[in-house]
Design a protein around this ligand. Structure first.
Ligand code: SF4
Ligand code: MSK
Length: 672
């Protein structure tokens, strides 16, 4: 009999806790209870099982044992990890490919309802690649850019073009190590080739190709996806939004969009505001259509349109448990197969839309860009028609939600620090150099039901903020902080270290910056590149006092992101289990891969990947790394006592003084 956990061991989020209890009351299983019932395989989990051919699967549980073909534990672990990285890179990059085709269709007026919204970004991106912009229409420029980006997938030789956006020194390292991606599809295919039975057997050599494949994602497919999403739907800027299950509305038709692609969800947003759809919903007895998002589709429409987020990865089932969702519209990635069975307990329709993703038992309404707006309306009408089937007796919506301000794109951070006439990263660099900001942590990635939902994200985030570390976030991690209220202006500043607080008050930013969805981790790469270019913090990314963390990772995409960040020079810390841990009592026999992705990669690229089970260790290693990088740059040691006497804190202290003393404190004299 599986051990049942306490409620707070499932989730730290009160809305989630309420729905987990509701599931228990109704006798419905969720990922939380399935995680109790499904003990992880300790052989596969540690990377010690190979099923690459029909002679196996081979499980290497004894010291010195090898597979039937003679493969060692190191080779098997390297192959397993590399295949996972290839799958993650493929998922992100294939999304980028679809976005490139959508840009091309939009430029040629073949995509219904789409337009080029951010011409400035289009011109800026085109300029990186010497695409002529003067005297040309946005459509002409977009057509050339789309062709260039589409060509990156099938390119066979040379270098993919976005790598030229990295710092010069970084590009040099990649060339010396022979890991510059030649073409996105080529690197993914080569991963599968090299890891086939009887191919590459040298673990380090296999893992070098994992680096090349991950770079094809981070400085390739993902970066292109972010560029095009901004060009078509607008580069994000701060906007007020809300997060958590309390955004679901009792008196409206609730439609949840879930997955990763903004192409359809942006069209659903547009359709939901169409008078025809509003009238259709009213005729069905609802006040209108209420849209909300889950996972990274949520992030995409939250940061551009302010559409609320119903939650992160583990909220997909819980949102249906409210009994008030007429349709959950899914596209690609992070969609649980369990949704269809769960939905049978309620009236919710699960609607698949991607030609790549079908769920048995779901309704399929395929998305076609030529008819995007028409299809979006058809989807909404299907949801509205389902409103009459809602069983009001089953409706239970947790009244829990938080306001947040997402939308801190690279471009907006540049603008907010310097204004439109002198946009610059200088103030950020200066704040790091002075020690007001000790360093930067990117806390990103998934939820994992094997640990308490949001707990690791939030405990690490809150402690680093106290230590004057500026936090940037993407993906489900960003929604975890949003639900806690850390993405809202002054909220939480009392919990923030004195130097960071001064910066937040002066610039007017939250201490945690929401930078987008999982493909948008590339925004962090371009921000770091600009930090380097601004000067004073070294001449390459590996010198910046910064760390990347994914405390609750679960997807192969997370491993691809980690690897391209390592290759870009970052120290990356993952929480939870390592997929290459080997047996704990056999460390000496199976730690080559574990050591290579840490010490080996650090020697070659300046970045390393490590897995840590406890938040305390993640925090300690993050701070040690930041302080080590500060010392290497010759920056003053972090000293919180030097700051905190300016900004709002200073003003509120002064306001408490009698007028004469206040004047003396400000002007150095009590005279009028
Ligand atoms: Fe076993 Fe080798 Fe086949 Fe893997 S490739 S399953 S180790 S025989
Ligand atoms: S959705 S990959 S659970 S971040 Fe991007 Fe969240 Fe991880 Fe999916």
């Amino acid at each position: 009999m599986a051990k049942k956990r306490e409620l707070n061991e499932y989730s730290t989020d009160p809305a989630a806790q309420q729905m987990i209890l509701r599931a228990e009351e109704l006798g419905i299983g969720t990922a939380f209870t399935r995680a109790d019932e499904m003990a992880p395989c300790n052989i596969g989990g540690a990377g010690m099982c190979c099923k690459q051919c029909g002679m196996g699967p081979c499980r290497l549980t004894k010291d010195g044992s090898v597979g039937i073909c003679g493969a060692t534990i190191d080779t098997i672990q390297a192959r397993n990890l590399t295949r996972a990285i290839a799958a993650g890179a493929a998922a992100h990059s294939d999304h980028g490919r679809d976005m490139a085709f959508l840009l091309k269709a939009t430029a040629n007026k073949e995509a219904e309802g789409y337009a080029i919204r951010d011409i400035a970004k289009l011109r800026m991106v085109a300029a990186y690649y010497d695409i002529p912009v003067q005297g040309r229409s946005p459509e002409e420029i977009a057509n050339d850019l789309a062709d260039l980006y589409i060509a990156q997938y099938g390119q066979q030789r040379g270098e993919i073009v976005p790598v030229r956006r990295a710092p010069a020194k970084r590009q040099q390292i990649w060339r010396e190590q022979d890991v510059v991606p030649r073409g996105i599809d080529r690197e993914v295919v080569e991963c599968l080739h090299r890891t086939h039975i009887g191919d590459d057997q040298d673990p380090e050599h296999i893992l070098n190709h994992a680096i090349r494949t991950a770079l094809a994602d981070g400085w390739g497919g993902s970066m292109m996806a972010t560029d095009i999403s901004d060009i078509l739907f607008g580069t994000p800027a701060p906007i007020l939004g809300q997060a958590n299950l309390g955004v679901i509305k009792q008196d409206m038709v609730n439609v949840v969009v879930h997955g990763h692609e903004p192409s359809l969800s942006e069209m659903i947003v547009a359709a939901s505001q169409d008078p025809e759809i509003i009238a259709y919903a009213k005729a069905a007895g609802a006040r209108g259509v209420n849209l909300s998002g889950i996972c990274c589709t949520a992030n995409e429409i939250l940061m551009r349109q302010g559409i609320p987020a119903a939650g992160n990865f583990l909220h997909q089932e819980l949102s249906i448990m409210t009994g008030a969702i007429e349709a959950m519209v899914v596209d690609v990635q992070c969609i649980m197969q369990a949704l269809v069975e769960l939905a049978t307990h309620f009236h919710t329709k699960i609607i698949t839309t991607s030609p790549k993703v079908r769920l048995k038992g779901a309704t399929h309404i395929e998305f076609e860009e030529e008819h995007a707006l028409t299809i979006a309306k058809q989807i909404l009408k299907t949801a509205i028609d389902n409103f009459k089937n809602r069983d009001t007796g089953k409706v239970q919506i947790p009244q829990v939600k938080e306001d947040l301000i997402p939308g801190f794109s690279h471009e907006y951070i540049n603008y907010m620090l310097g204004g439109s006439f002198r946009a610059s990263f200088r103030p950020l660099n200066d704040a790091i150099i002075s020690g007001r900001i000790r360093g930067v942590a990117a806390i990103v990635g998934c939820n994992n039901p094997r640990s308490s939902q949001d707990y690791l994200h939030n405990v690490v985030t809150k402690e680093l903020l106290k230590q004057d570390v500026l936090v940037v976030q993407t993906g489900c991690g960003a929604i975890a902080s949003a639900k806690l209220g850390l993405l809202l202006g002054e909220a939480g500043l009392s919990e923030v270290g004195p130097g960071l607080r001064e910066i937040c008050e002066t610039v007017g930013i939250p201490p945690v910056l929401h930078m987008g969805s999982c493909v948008d981790n590339t925004r962090i790469l371009t921000v770091l590149t600009q930090v380097v270019a601004e000067g004073g913090l070294g001449d390459d990314i590996d010198q910046v006092p910064a760390v990347g963390l994914a405390p609750e990772w679960m997807s192969e995409k997370a491993l691809a992101i980690a690897t391209y960040c390592v290759a870009s020079g970052a120290y990356v810390i993952f929480g939870g289990a390592s997929p290459v841990s080997g047996m704990p009592d056999r460390v000496s026999d199976s730690d080559l891969v574990l050591k290579y992705i840490s010490e080996g990669w650090e020697k070659k690229f300046g970045g390393k990947l490590e897995f840590m089970p406890t938040p305390e260790e993640m925090i300690q290693k993050t701070l040690e790394h930041i302080d080590k990088k500060r010392a290497a740059l010759g920056l003053p040691a972090y000293d919180p006592a030097r700051f905190g006497k300016s900004g709002d804190t200073r003003m509120s202290e002064l306001e408490k003084l009698p007028l004469a003393e206040r004047r003396a404190a400000i002007y150095g004299t009590a005279a009028d």
